[in-house]
Design a protein around this ligand. Structure first.
Ligand code: AMP
Length: 280
């Protein structure tokens, strides 16, 4: 499996692959790969003849006091599993390759970018939309694969692709969880054993909302207060948000409908975790 470092190389690989008759799949990641990422690689390989996985810790999506500097970077360990699960090439550019000196062009999906994670992480979705645009322009993919785990990110990117009439299909893959329910995340590495146990509150709250909705509870206020009670049992966790929103607009809803997004974010010690469900 080849490792590509420049936009020019990635674009050439994409065009050569297309000339051979392949559909091009792109899976953007920040590395520190786990089984959630691998599920995206497999989905990409199942529907595209040529799959590029990008590994890039994108500085513009981190706030000044966030974990950019200490975000886990495990490139050497990431390559073999990526290849095994379907990546044909890895695109691992230096920061200056995607952000040349003096770069001043950004993609801002107004409105959506200020909701959910965007409310507590100002500038985060601007960074995400900008880097994903750069990756799309470089890789020219037919399909790009993202996890439902980052559901607000999916909404922002779907809107971006629609607004800019980008010729790429966004494919969303289900959340991969540990056996006990914890959603896999590169940031789970930060958790101590006791934090790891407490972190289960997020998936517990999500499962509870799904169960209540399946049993007919549609009121956002009831679903949210049930989740707040679940979190209240773990005072060491600080809730960032618990929201019921329209998945396309990220606007809060009062009544859940099929496809409504129930999303939570919470601080477990110094680690911010997210989880969600699309309600039945
Ligand atoms: P990241 O490396 O955290 O930026 O994630 C790269 C991609 O993997 C994003 O599209 C995430 O939504 C997706 N992803 C992360 N965790 C999971 C998971 N537990 N299940 C499915 N997809 C995931």
């Amino acid at each position: 499996m080849e490792i590509l470092r420049t936009v020019t190389e990635l674009r050439q690989w994409s065009r050569d692959s297309r000339a051979k008759g392949h559909l091009i799949g792109l899976v953007p990641t920040m590395g520190a790969l786990h089984a959630g990422h691998a599920s995206l690689f497999r989905a990409a390989a199942a529907s595209c003849g040529a799959v590029a996985v990008s590994i890039f810790v994108n500085p513009t999506q981190f706030g000044p006091n966030e974990d950019y500097a200490r975000y886990p970077r495990t490139f050497d360990a990431d390559c073999a599993p990526a290849a095994k699960e379907g990546a044909n090439v890895i695109f691992a550019p230096a920061v200056e390759e995607l952000y040349p000196a003096g770069a001043s062009t950004f993609v801002d999906v107004e409105g959506l970018s200020d909701r959910l994670d965007g409310a507590s992480r100002p500038g985060h979705f601007r960074g995400v939309a900008t880097v994903v645009s750069k990756l799309f322009i470089a890789a020219e993919p037919d399909r790009a694969f993202f996890g439902q785990k980052d559901a607000a990110q999916v909404a922002v990117l779907r809107r971006m692709v629609g607004d800019l009439r980008m010729a790429v299909e966004i494919v969303v893959c289900p959340i991969v969880r540990e056996a006990d329910g914890l959603a896999l995340s590169s940031r789970n590495m930060y958790l101590s054993a006791s934090e790891r146990a407490r972190a289960l509150t997020l998936s517990r709250a999500v499962r509870q909302a799904e169960a209540l909705a399946a049993a007919g509870e549609r009121r956002a206020s009831a679903l949210i207060s049930a989740a707040l009670q679940t979190f209240a049992a773990e005072p060491a966790i600080r809730v960032d948000y618990i929201e019921l929103v329209n998945w396309a607009t990220l606007e809060p809803v009062e009544t859940a409908a099929p496809g409504t997004l129930f999303a939570v974010a919470a601080w477990v010690g110094a680690t911010r975790l997210i989880d969600n469900a699309i309600l039945p």
